[in-house]
Design a protein around this ligand. Sequence first.
Ligand code: G3D
Ligand code: MG
Length: 175
Amino acid sequence: MTADFTFKCLIIGPSAVGKTSLIRRFVEDQFSTSYKFTIGVDFLAKTVKFEKDKIAKLSIWDVGGQERFKILRRSFYEGAHGALLVFDLSRANTFPKMKEWLIDMRSILEEKIPIIILGNKSDLLPEVGEVINRDKPKKFAENEESIYIETSAKTGDNVENAFIELTRRMLKQNS
Ligand code: G3D
Ligand code: MG
């Protein structure tokens, strides 16, 4: 089957929030703690069925540990149709850092693309408690005409939903 749409999706956010793990969970339905590959920009593709007989192909780009190499980011951002912005529910400082990523992306992309805000590692909430007031990401998402979703790459909770919701928004913007 050929894809009706092909979308470039970015996954961005500070390091160790679970970007690589989220992609792996979504694309391969796996989680492993010994899998460390992010060198440069990773790229994985997956097709998503969004209606009966309709499929979209997502190419998912992970900026990886290249926070330092600003110069590489232009080609990373360019041509993107949507982005998942990730912070870590167990580390409060990752939320403000995630916002800096959005500012960085917007400084390069002229068009306003759909974004989804992800609070990842929701499985740790019972253990670490609420280290960040979750009204904040909720409000932030509302202000950005986005939505806030809590995910766990470890258990798989909401991971597929997040990608499908982004796909839905990219379709809306591009059809
Ligand atoms: P990054 O790609 O954003 O840098 P990684 O993040 O996917 O490499 O994940 C960083 C660490 O967080 C990894 O732990 C990974 O196993 C863990 N992690 C990712 N997602 C989740 C999650 O949803 N829940 C929990 N509990 N842990 C998660 P290590 O120990 O390998 O560094
Ligand atoms: Mg990574």
